[in-house]
Design a protein around this ligand. Sequence first.
Ligand code: SAM
Length: 287
Amino acid sequence: MTAANRVTLAPGLYFIATPIGTARDITLRALDILASADILAAEDTRSLRKLMDIHAIALEGRPLLAYHDHNGKVQRPRILNALEAGKSVVYASEAGTPLIADPGYQLARAVTEAGYSVTAAPGPSAVLAALTLSGLPTDSFFFAGFAPTASGQRKKFLQSLSAVPGTLVFYESPKRVHKMLDDLVSVYGTSRQAAVARELTKKFEEVLRGPLGDLQRELEGRPLKGEIVVLVDRGAKAEWDDEAVRALLSEAFQGGSVKDAVAQVVAQTNLPRRQVYQLALSMEKEK
Ligand code: SAM
């Protein structure tokens, strides 16, 4: 028995979300679309075949195309031609929601620009699962994707996000998560609340919560496996008086120029840059 129904799909492109771990985390509508589309396209055709096998959906001779970042230029015209011919096309990324740190954006643009219909069958995404479990505020959040891999660039990237008035959500690889935590501490300080969510919806699901400094210490020397989301609370504005900011600035001055010190302290405190810069200038004058 299969949960999927053959339905009549209108011509157009259908983005479906697929599980991020547990195979049963797929919607009935996504299964219906998989069972019914004229053409299937996937970031990873083998993963999609496996998912279809689990849910007893047969390919039945329908074309299954690979569409990913490296062949998009070649495959987009094929998909557009199929839409022009009145076909329905389903697209799935390897796991989770297409376009979310995954291919699909260029395809969505090309299809809407050409005037064809695009529909989403929403479902799992690691961003939302991690936010749900993080214990951090969800009223407002910023999905930052993967941070740059080089530490210097990563710190600059983190500084650029310091004033975001919402929870920051990063995807991270297990190889780099410790370095990421080091840089988060050096840019935002030890006290911001944070969470590390690992292997969501899978057997070894784990969520660690606490101030950044505690998480850094707790995970030091402990290799982490699997897929990871790192989340950081927004900075609090009220707790910084001039004396506290001066103390941070004099520490930051040791590392380099006034400009860098100001950028670092703005990132740590979330205070307006002008205010921190004025204090830095007055400290320079006092020297
Ligand atoms: N499109 C996917 C989505 O909607 O979540 C994300 C794809 S991105 C290439 C893969 C990254 O998502 C992983 O490196 C990890 O950071 C995060 N991720 C995916 N599945 C996860 C899971 N089960 N638990 C924790 N993080 C996960």
